[in-house]
Structures are given as structure tokens and as C-alpha cells.
Design a protein around this ligand. Structure first.
Ligand code: ZN
Length: 205
């Protein structure tokens, strides 16, 4: 089975609780300390087996193989990737039925990051996630005053649109945000603007 590691907790004697997102499931597993420890890391894609035991409610993670990314040695890409994949844990941990959308989105994103700037690729994927979950606000109404936004637009957590004057945050041109939301493109955003949007994303999916 294949999955993405989206959370790791240390428990006694360097054993780990490892949470894994697969195509249709979310597993919380137990990993005994072993020599091949380094292949367990946030964001890593792994092939693995689970061993269930009558004595324990939590499955044991075993036969772990890392499925590497072409950019795995690029520390800035890996850093961004790990920050993003980590956000899936609070977002999905209580969801009962996991759709394959999330796994497929990460697969597609890992591939896009071979050529693309990681923050740009991740933000564009995140917009797809919001759209999939039906919470991408393309009616461009302000979250705070509920009036239509006609010119300057600001985004707050979860990319919710607001007026600049209502949220006191950085303004973008409405056309830029429309292009991001509707075409999933950051082509007209400069690097500072991408950095700003990236920091909104890090507040949580
Ligand atoms: Zn407003």
C-alpha cells in the first residue's frame, strides 16, 4: 500500500506514531524504533504494510520503503512540501471517508514541483483543494461586511475574500485573485505577493 506521511509523534524509547494518508484511508500506525528510521519523515511517500495484533488497537507499520521525489535533495522544495503536507493532518484526521482527491492532489503536486517553484505550485494546488471542498469564494463577497468586492481585494485564512478596508490586510487587484481562483494561476503575482499568499496558506487548510 502507498501513502503520504502527514504526522509523526514521538512516543517512548524513540518509537513513533505515524499518520499516513492513502488513496482512501487515513491510518494511525505504530512504528518501532529501527535502523531504517530515516525513511520516516513528514511528507515522505512510502510503500508499507500494516500488521494488526489482537493485543493492540493500533496497527504496526512495517516493510516501509521510501518512494523518492526527483527533488528530494532540494532542501527548499522539501521544506515547503513538508510544511504543506503537515497541514493535511489537522484537516483530515477526523474525516470518516477519505476521497482519493487528496492523495491524487499530492501525487500531481509532487510531479509539478519537479519544474515549478514550490510555493507557487503548492498555492495553485491548494486553490484546487478549496474548490473541491466547495469553499472557494468566487462570488467575491467580503467575509466581514458581506458587500461585493469591486476593486482591491484581500485574502484572509482559507483564502476567504475581504475588502482591504475591512480586514486591514494587503490588497490585490481583483483580476489577480480571479485569475488565481478561476484559472489556478499565479502568473501575475510577483515573488513578494506569492510569499504573502504562502503565509496565509500556512495558517491552515
Ligand atoms: Zn468588507
Amino acid at each position: 500500500m502507498q501513502g503520504y506521511i502527514i504526522n509523526i509523534n514521538n512516543v517512548k524509547d524513540e518509537d513513533l506514531i505515524v499518520s499516513i494518508l492513502t488513496k482512501n484511508n487515513f491510518y494511525t500506525t505504530y512504528r518501532f524504533y529501527g535502523a531504517r528510521h530515516s525513511i520516516i519523515n513528514i511528507g515522505y511517500k512510502i510503500d508499507f504494510e500494516l500488521e494488526t495484533n489482537m493485543k493492540s488497537s493500533i496497527a504496526r507499520l512495517k516493510d516501509v520503503l521510501q518512494i523518492s521525489y526527483p527533488w528530494i535533495m532540494d532542501s527548499s522544495k522539501l521544506y515547503c512540501w513538508q510544511r504543506f503536507t503537515k497541514l493535511f493532518y489537522p484537516h483530515l484526521k477526523d474525516v470518516e471517508i477519505i476521497e482519493d482527491f487528496y492523495f491524487n492532489l499530492l501525487d500531481e503536486l509532487a510531479h509539478k514541483m519537479i519544474k515549478q517553484n514550490p510555493k507557487r505550485a503548492i498555492i495553485e494546488s491548494y486553490v484546487k483543494l478549496c474548490e473541491h471542498e466547495g469553499r472557494l469564494h468566487t462570488e467575491y463577497e467580503c467575509l466581514l461586511c458581506e458587500e461585493e468586492i469591486e476593486n482591491d481585494i484581500s485574502l484572509v485564512r482559507s483564502f476567504l475574500p475581504t475588502h482591504k478596508k475591512c480586514s486591514y490586510s494587503k490588497a490585490f487587484k481583483l483580476s489577480q485573485i480571479k485569475e488565481l481562483f478561476e484559472d489556478k494561476s499565479l502568473i501575475n503575482f510577483n515573488d513578494d505577493e506569492v510569499e504573502y499568499i504562502w503565509n496565509i496558506l500556512l495558517q491552515g487548510l
